[in-house]
Ligand binder design. Structure first.
Ligand SMILES: [Mg+2]
Length: 187
């Protein structure tokens, strides 16, 4: 079994755009390529798990989402980086908060991570979840991941800092490998 780092997409690997539906709206966060490559070299699978309510709302088609992903893959290739897989949930949120599981696959539900774990033979207990919202951290915890990291601008949100499902809060993506790679892992 392999460890993985699960990544939220919008606001984590690429700049957040409300209901992004055009490949031209894809902009990588600084340092993405290096972060992904370092994780690959350390033996981690890199998997995107993204809530895409834009599909459920009829603002984006599944084909359109694939075109957005192709643009993301192309931009990563320029940085000599890749991901191993990606999963999306098209459901529209029902709950007003980030903690209630509306659908098993919609974060904070663990469904996409569990699916990936089956597909890639991932050891969830050795894996991490990285995102920009509490719902991302909770999806990781609900799936049984080893740790969760939330990327959020300073000043850090006190609620995030004290939430039991958030293990680390950092200001930008390029800080996550200091945590993940330093944690070591069973070989
Ligand atoms: Mg996000």
């Amino acid at each position: 079994m392999k460890p993985a780092v699960f990544f939220d997409r919008d606001g984590t690997l690429i700049k957040a755009v409300h209901y992004l539906n055009d490949p031209d709206q894809v902009t990588l966060m600084n340092g993405v390529g290096q972060v992904l490559t370092e994780l690959e070299q350390a033996g981690y699978l890199r998997i995107i798990v993204t809530n895409q309510a834009a599909i459920g709302k009829g603002l984006l088609t599944v084909d359109g989402l694939h075109r957005v992903q192709q643009r993301l893959d192309d931009l990563l290739a320029i940085e000599d980086a890749t991901i191993d897989g990606w999963y999306f949930c098209p459901e529209v949120r029902v709950a007003a908060d980030d903690e209630t599981i509306d659908f098993p696959d919609r974060k904070p539900g663990p469904g996409m991570l569990l699916q990936a774990a089956g597909d890639f033979d991932i050891s969830l207990a050795d894996s991490w979840m990285v995102g920009d919202r509490l719902s991302d951290a909770l999806a990781g915890k609900n799936a049984g991941c080893r740790g969760s990291i939330v990327i959020t601008p300073r000043p850090f949100d006190k609620e995030l800092l004290s939430h039991p499902s958030v293990d680390f809060v950092v200001a930008s993506l390029d800080h996550i490998n200091e945590i993940i790679l330093r944690s070591g892992r069973p070989i």
